[in-house]
Design a protein around this ligand. Structure first.
Ligand code: NAD
Ligand code: UD2
Length: 322
């Protein structure tokens, strides 16, 4: 795909890195974002890349659920990377209707406008949350989904919307089930923020960290640059129909292990405040990324020590990219 690519949620953590990478590859990019959690400053690097003249950037502020805005955003696009959502399990437990409206309803509109615009490729940001508490690890795409939260249910429903359009021959869909993504620009600013961003920002500020549960819950933490590489491969590979693919490292780490690395990296002992486990939380997670290796020619390359070091650098020195 070398034509115009739309990135919904392109001012967000993952989205802004996708925009940077597309511009660096010479693709013109359009962003649709309502800046509800995305930030203007996340696109500073993208504007600088566009100013170099290799590729163009256009940013539309708007709601992915708005038919007119989404139609304008999709107009002329060859591919759509759909990242706009409310990306929090906890938030979806508190506001299931509002979160589903954006995450699932936004996907219904985005796919519909993509088809209307004649886009060939639709890449959906799905999540390993759809698996719920998988009976065995590592988790393969053949594992039956058991969503434990409205967020996970909205992601699974979004996959169904993509598959329906692909089954009708209207576009080619790639549903990427990201595991737990971390890296520069992940906003630590809310209680719903990703745990690594919360721990690193607490360490940088010398503040206590909160652990929901016993801290032995594990995740497959995948660095944002690896996720971007998977998204670009999903845009470029010769595919048809619908592909559902895990994007994870195949390694699992628990929160107490993360904290040990954060304390060692920051040189600070962090006070730990224990809270009850959050509703909708899953216990353990680890990806089987074999299908992504086979279908996309992709595998994660950046391990936790290097990824955490780069993210700590960003937290302590400002935005130096991925
Ligand atoms: P993020 O909050 O930084 O990105 C979401 C972006 O979507 C933001 O820029 C936000 O302003 C925008 N947005 C939200 N509602 C919108 C709406 N109604 N209309 C237009 N734009 C809207 O979070 P992120 O971590 O970059 O997540 C990006 C995508 O990846 C989400 O779909 C998320 O569910 C998915 N994902 C993230 C992770 C992770 O660990 N971060 C893992 C799996 C899946
Ligand atoms: C889920 C998805 C992830 C992504 C995300 C939304 C799983 C396994 N992962 O992430 O793919 O879709 O939702 O973008 O479903 N925690 C603390 N202290 C904190 C913050 C978090 O203890 O300050 C705990 C939290 O309770 C959970 C773990 O850390 O047990 C990870 O939480 P998270 O919000 O970083 O991500 P998670 O797994 O809900």
């Amino acid at each position: 795909m070398d034509g115009l690519t739309l990135v919904t949620g392109g001012a967000g953590f993952i989205g802004s890195h996708v925009v940077d990478a597309l511009l660096m590859s010479g693709s013109d990019v359009r962003v649709l974002d309502d800046f509800s959690t995305g930030k203007e400053e996340n696109l500073d690097g993208a504007w600088a890349l566009a100013a170099q003249g290799g590729a163009g950037l256009q940013v539309i502020e708007g709601d992915v659920r708005d038919e007119v805005r989404m139609r304008d955003a999709a107009d002329g696009c060859e591919a759509i990377v759909h990242l706009a959502a409310v990306p929090s399990v906890a938030q979806s437990m508190e506001d299931p209707v509002g979160c589903d409206s954006v995450t699932h309803g936004g996907t219904v509109n985005a796919v519909r406008q993509a088809v209307e615009a004649g886009a060939e490729r639709f890449v959906l940001a799905s999540s390993c949350a759809v698996y719920g508490d998988a009976a065995e690890l590592p988790i393969a795409e053949t594992t039956s989904p058991r969503p434990l939260s409205p967020y996970a249910g909205a992601k699974l429903a979004s996959e169904g919307v993509c598959a329906d359009a692909a089954d009708a021959g209207q576009l080619t869909a790639v549903c990427l089930r990201f595991f737990n993504v971390y890296g520069p620009r992940q906003d630590p600013g809310s209680a719903y923020s990703g745990v690594i961003s919360r721990f690193l920002s607490a360490a940088a500020a010398g503040e206590p960290v909160t652990i929901y549960g016993d801290g032995r819950q594990s995740r497959d933490f995948v660095y944002v640059a690896d996720v971007v590489a998977a998204i670009l491969a999903a845009l470029q590979r010769a595919l048809t129909g619908t592909s559902v693919l895990n994007v994870g490292t195949g390694r699992q780490t628990d929160l107490l292990q993360i904290l040990d690395v954060v304390e060692e990296r920051s040189g600070r002992k962090l006070e730990r405040r224990l809270e009850p486990a959050r509703e909708g939380d899953i216990r353990d997670s680890r990806a089987d990324a074999g299908r992504s290796r086979w279908v996309l020619g992709w595998e994660a390359e950046i391990g936790l020590p290097a990824g955490l070091a780069a993210t700590w650098e960003w937290f302590t020195a400002g935005d130096s990219g991925a």
